[in-house]
Design a protein around this ligand. Structure first.
Ligand SMILES: NC(=[NH2+])NCCC[C@H](N)C(=O)O
Length: 407
């Protein structure tokens, strides 16, 4: 399958990009959790088993599962010069500025991780000082530094493949992320979309070099004409303006309306997909915390290369009904219970991955919400979630659809 095709949130899923959590999770420590955007340290072995169960559920539904690390290795292997170019960029973006350390790290990786995929995995996992060959340099760093200090930080959020880049119809946005820790993740996306034979011709609507931040968890493909984007902790309005301009000016794109949903800035609601996801033609799961009036801005082309904006002050239900083109039903996370709603939203009860209309992957731990979904005729594919959920993301965050069939 060449290119990408994602013109809805619910069309039959044919291909998805995942990342199996790896040794980067072993480099999480209590002191770094906040900066690395985790709330606790997952037990890696169990997290991997849960992730494998997720991938198996998808394969059983006829979805082709491809892994970020494989795509990256394949992209780098298209040209022998790319390995060196990537390593230099990765080391620089890890904050290493001296030639001495750049060389030490490069030599270490090239000698210990010669195979491209091993090298890619190592760059994800991070490096601490004690792994590097001991230098006799008379440098202060070698004499004073704690030998276990991380010289290249890990990227533990990589298993949330939804965020660093996102499909928009037949195109992609390579994002600039809100946090320093996640910004390095987008290097992989930029190599895949510039060099991988299956992805290099996909039009790019956003660049990681842009000034303003936007993350894929905020971008929902409602249908081939309408895109919904959250204005959130992670996505700035300026980024949406720029994306709108780029999408509208590409004549191959069919998107003519972008809805910007202004959601409260908080960690619990970090992205739009933490408060609602589409699960059927006419059904959405939502976090009851965002019921009631919501400010939504409708952005459309003005016909002269610019955009025009209309402010809407209605509730979520009427807005979605209008743009989806039929009456929609909003199914609240946690049923009607406030405590269950808050608890299950925190564990991504409204963050489902739709495999086809009416069939969704959900976390097992959100049993109150899952019961409500069953009662509404939704087929729930239940995955284990004790460890993966410690990173604060659910099945939608952990997947980047590359191909969905037309509805
Ligand atoms: N699309 C999502 N909701 N992604 C969740 C990402 C969670 C991750 N720990 C972060 O804070 O960035």
């Amino acid at each position: 399958m060449q290119g990408v095709n994602v013109k809805s949130e619910i069309g039959n899923l044919k291909k998805v990009i995942l990342h199996r959590p790896g040794n980067e999770l072993l480099n999480l420590t209590p002191n770094t959790l906040e900066e690395l955007l985790f709330d606790d340290i997952p037990f890696l072995e169990v997290a991997q088993a849960e992730h494998d169960a997720f991938a198996d559920i998808l394969r059983n539904e006829g979805v082709e599962v491809v892994y970020l690390e494989d795509l990256m290795a394949e992209a780098l292997d298209t040209d022998p010069a790319l390995r060196e170019q990537f390593l230099n960029q990765w080391i620089y973006e890890a904050g290493i500025r001296t030639d001495l350390y750049t060389d030490i790290i490069k030599d270490y990786i090239n000698s210990e991780y010669a195979a491209t995929k091993d090298m890619v995995m190592k760059t994800m996992a991070g490096i601490n000082l004690q792994e590097l060959p001991q230098q006799h340099t008379n440098l202060l760093v070698d004499m004073v530094s704690d030998r276990t200090k991380l010289v290249c930080a890990p990227m533990p959020n990589l298993y949330f493949t939804r965020d660093p880049f996102n499909m928009i119809g037949n195109g992609v946005g390579i994002n600039r992320m809100y946090s320093t820790t996640r910004n390095r993740e987008t290097i992989y996306g930029s190599y895949i979309f510039n060099y991988h034979p299956d992805f290099k011709d996909v039009p790019q609507y956003y660049s990681r070099e842009n000034t303003f931040h936007i993350e894929g968890g905020d971008v929902l493909n409602i249908n081939e004409h309408v895109l919904a984007i959250g204005i959130s902790q992670r996505t700035e309005p300026d980024a949406i303006d720029q994306l709108a301009h780029n999408v509208f000016s590409d004549e191959t794109s069919t998107i003519d309306t972008i809805l910007a949903f202004n959601i409260p800035v908080s960690r619990a609601f970090m992205h739009l997909d933490t408060v609602f996801t589409q699960i059927d033609y006419d059904k959405f799961t939502i976090h009851p915390g965002i019921m009631g009036p919501l400010t939504v801005f409708e952005i459309t082309p003005d016909g002269n290369g610019g955009t025009k904006i209309r402010e809407r002050d209605e509730d979520l239900e009427s807005i979605l009904t209008e743009y989806v083109g039929q009456p929609v039903q909003l199914i609240p996370c946690g049923g009607g219970d406030r405590i269950a709603a808050e608890r299950e939203q925190w564990n991504d009860g409204s963050n489902t991955l739709c495999v086809r209309p009416g069939t969704v992957v959900v976390y097992q731990r959100n049993n109150v919400t899952n019961d409500v979904l069953y009662k509404n005729g939704i087929n729930c594919l239940v995955m284990p979630s004790a460890e993966l959920s410690r990173g604060r993301g659910g099945p939608r965050c952990m997947s980047m659809p590359a191909w969905r069939e037309a509805l």
